[in-house]
Design a protein around this ligand. Structure first.
Ligand code: ZN
Length: 496
């Protein structure tokens, strides 16, 4: 057996473990009886330790370390080895006992966070958050990286991303969005979106969402959609991609656009080259790139006037008697209404990135300037006031609203905003090759999907996000396309 064959065999075993873990996770999130939670937890724990054991096998470690440096092997096995090497370097110097303690802390932190959120009391979560941050800082030290602490975390979720680049990105956004938002608030244009809250039976909403995601080329023959409290996507392989959605009678817009969003993630997963199945590369290039595809379909396709004209008529004729009196432009404006609010996940497209920016700025302070945890609520309030003009009335509407910090996920938030910006940059260059407006107007999304598959999806993790962006646009990540897109779209809607 050659070294590469050995590598492939080991990776296949790891991928089988991950596959099984994912199925258990899916089951737990989508309706498995609560009474089975302990056994499911035990099975997951066993699979985790099996994975860890394989990843600490000395022979395997020296194999992938060696191959990650080997310039004579093919790109795919080289990238496989590099990914393993990166994964290994993150934890190799952490003392076993410390890591076990951290995992316990994280398991418990979820409950502490939930309770604190219920009580709207940041102080109840603060001691746990402080501990999590202390561990994260220690773990960063163990890695002996040349990068500064917060850059280490950013690089984990978005390879190559740094504070320098993000500072530039967010300041461009701040310059565009904050004054635009002020003009929108002062504008005389009244956008009605109350019709989106009309009661529509859940069974009907499910049909509508299925219909929409099929229009954008999600293949239901190789996928599945179920209900869950928080929508998410799970790609078991390009041949089995599932996502969830949340349905409430008075929230058609949530189901429709969460469906389009998760549909975008799912389409990415379905279009990964099938030759990568069973490797550690059958996944999105990065969190930001994954988010670019979900936002692309959610905002640049399903909230675009041309495509709205195509699908709204169809959906209305087939299902939506409830919206008989609502014409297409009223619908378009309603789904694009700007309302500065307190909660990130309900934010409109324009203000969404400001929510992300606040989290980014606070995380940066925590890891670069040792911001005390107790200061977070006050800082949060100041930033909300200054960027969005609204202030939380309690901590649940403030820093307790997101689950991420309780899971130790620092450095993750910027991916959400980057995703939107990547999507605009990608669209700008797609328009140079495809008559996008005409395709959307006629519902011919196949060509759009094929373009994305060829330029992004099929590569999985073989290409890094910066390579994908460079190959598409001939330049690095550039926030100007996103800023211009927002300015153009919202100036038109609000007649500014
Ligand atoms: Zn997403």
């Amino acid at each position: 057996m050659t070294a590469v064959e050995k590598l492939e065999k080991h990776v296949k075993e790891l991928s089988n473990i991950n596959y099984t873990k994912s199925v258990l996770f899916w089951d737990g999130e989508t309706g498995a009886p609560k009474s089975g939670v302990n056994e499911r937890g035990e099975a997951l724990g066993y699979l985790n330790s099996l994975y860890k054991r394989k990843m600490s096998d000395e022979e395997f470690i020296s194999l992938f370390s060696r191959l990650s440096e080997d310039k004579t092997i093919d790109l795919v096995p080289k990238r496989m080895a590099e990914e393993l090497d990166d994964e290994y370097k993150k934890i190799k110097n952490i003392p076993e006992e410390e890591y076990v303690d951290y995992i316990k802390l994280i398991n418990n932190a979820h409950m502490v966070w939930e309770e604190a959120k219920d009580k709207e009391d940041f102080d109840a979560f603060a001691p746990t958050l402080k501990e999590i941050i202390a561990y994260q800082k220690k773990f960063i030290d163990y890695r002996e990286s040349e990068l500064s602490p917060y850059n280490v975390l950013l690089d984990d979720y978005e390879p190559g991303m740094t504070m320098d680049k993000l500072d530039e990105f967010f300041s461009a956004l701040k310059e565009t969005i904050v004054p635009l938002l002020k003009e929108i608030i002062d504008s005389d244009v009244v956008v009605d979106d109350m019709f989106l809250k009309r009661d529509i039976p859940i069974e009907k909403q499910k049909k509508i969402v299925n219909n929409l995601v099929e229009m954008i080329n999600f293949d239901l023959g190789k996928g599945m959609i179920k209900g869950s409290a928080h929508p998410f996507t799970l790609g078991l392989s390009p041949l089995d991609v599932r996502f969830t959605n949340r349905y409430q009678e008075d929230s058609l817009d949530f189901a429709l656009f969460a469906g389009a969003h998760e549909g975008g993630h799912a389409i990415y997963e379905q279009n990964i080259d099938q030759n990568l199945i069973g490797t550690n590369l059958a996944d999105g290039a990065s969190m930001g790139m994954h988010e670019s595809q979900s936002r692309f379909y959610e905002n640049l396709i399903c909230k675009d006037i041309h495509f709205v004209r195509y699908y709204y008529k169809k959906l209305k004729e087939k299902y939506l008697d409830e919206l008989k009196d609502i014409d297409v432009y009223t619908f378009y404006k309603g789904i694009n209404k700007v309302t500065p609010g307190l909660i990130r996940i309900y934010a409109d497209e324009l203000t969404y990135s400001l929510h992300v920016m606040i989290r980014y700025e606070i995380e940066k302070e925590i890891f670069e300037n040792d911001l005390a945890v107790g200061m977070i609520p006050k800082l949060w309030e100041e930033k909300m006031q200054s960027y969005l003009g609204v202030v939380p009335s309690n901590d649940a509407e403030g820093p307790l609203q997101d689950v991420h910090w309780s899971g130790g996920m620092f450095g993750y938030f910027p991916s959400y905003a980057l995703g939107s910006a990547y999507a605009s940059q990608i669209m700008h260059f797609m328009r140079k090759e495809l008559p996008v407006n005409e395709l959307l107007e006629t519902g011919d999304i196949k060509q759009v999907g094929a373009w994305l598959r060829e330029k992004i999806h099929k590569y999985g993790k073989v290409k890094k996000p910066s390579e994908l962006i460079n190959d598409i646009s001939g330049e690095g990540f550039n926030p100007i396309y996103y800023a211009n897109y927002l300015k153009d779209k919202y100036s038109a809607i609000y007649e500014i």
